[in-house]
Design a protein around this ligand. Structure first.
Ligand code: ADP
Ligand code: MG
Length: 280
């Protein structure tokens, strides 16, 4: 059994309202996120994904229930520093995450705030730039970069604090297809090579295909949770809550239902083409 990176115990969160009535943005969620896993989180707008993301690193603390980050309760004010350095967050808009006018300074900002010694900061900046494939941009101006480059820079900034978990909240949503591919390649590589735990919130179902685990949120609750192929099998339920199922899965499930000898859990286009060619 892998170590548990983040544990949610019956977590609820309500934003304060003027009217006094309570709406739970996150409603009774219990989850164990395993160290080293790649978890994709999907759900329509307002289902509670961003609220959940902010609960994972103590930006918000539960109204009830507990969030434990490597055993540390995020509601423990004295340990919030540990929580924030364990769980890094990358947000949707890369422009809002840029701090400095120079790439190097921008990445150094996080570790500087944590009081990391100068030489170590230099090492981390080198390492982070290399990890996101942007070493040659060291002295570039962030504001002139493409969306994909800016988002990779934001990831480098998070990497420089050496978190064990990275949470990406729709960090590919504002990017063009090329930028999305660049960012996803970096994130997958960090998960594989650095064994970084990744929680990736996205509305692109194809980005969820490669995950170890897919969690579907609806109305503040976890509706489905499992291997992506198994979750996508529930595509009627997913369609009902207005989520897209990857085209390849929809096709495979429909063909299987129509009586063809096709594995309905196929998530790979090549594999589907292969089995169709065999049948024909
Ligand atoms: P998602 O990221 O899935 O779109 P959110 O976590 O942003 O969902 O929102 C969940 C619910 O909480 C929604 O009903 C939303 O309107 C509400 N909400 C989100 N942020 C705030 C806020 N700052 N104040 C009040 N309500 C909020
Ligand atoms: Mg959101």
């Amino acid at each position: 059994m892998a170590e548990i990176a983040i544990k949610l115990e019956n977590v609820s969160f309500s934003y304060p309202t003027n009217e006094g009535e309570e709406h739970k943005a996150v409603n009774g969620v219990s989850l164990d996120i395993e160290e080293g896993s790649f978890v994709a989180l999907v759900g329509h707008n307002g289902s509670g994904k961003s609220t959940l993301a902010k609960l994972l690193n103590g930006l918000l603390t539960p109204t009830s229930g507990r969030v434990l980050v490597y055993g540390v309760d995020t509601s423990d004010d004295k340990r919030i520093f540990d929580v924030r350095s364990s769980v890094g967050m990358v947000f949707q808009n890369p422009d809002n995450q840029m701090i400095a006018t120079d790439v190097e300074d921008d990445i150094a900002f996080g570790p500087e705030n944590l009081g990391v010694p100068r030489e170590e900061i230099i090492r981390r900046v080198d390492w982070a730039l290399e990890k996101v494939g942007m070493s040659e941009f060291r002295h570039a101006t962030p504001f002139k970069m493409s969306g994909g480059q800016k988002q990779r820079l934001a990831i480098a900034g998070v990497l420089a604090i050496k978190p064990r978990v990275m949470v990406l909240d729709e960090s590919t949503a504002m990017l063009d297809p090329k930028g999305r591919d660049e960012v996803m390649a970096v994130v997958r590589q960090l998960n594989r090579e650095e064994k970084m735990t990744v929680v990736h919130i996205t509305h692109y179902m194809d980005e969820a295909l490669g995950a170890d685990r897919l969690i579907v949120m609806n109305d503040g609750k976890v509706m489905l949770d499992g291997r992506p192929a198994d979750v996508f099998k529930e595509y009627e339920l997913l369609t009902k809550i207005k989520l897209d199922v990857p085209c390849v899965t929809r096709l495979a499930v429909t063909l299987a239902k129509a009586g063809m000898d096709v594995d309905p859990t196929i998530t790979d286009e090549e594999a589907l083409v292969d089995s169709l060619c065999r049948l024909l």
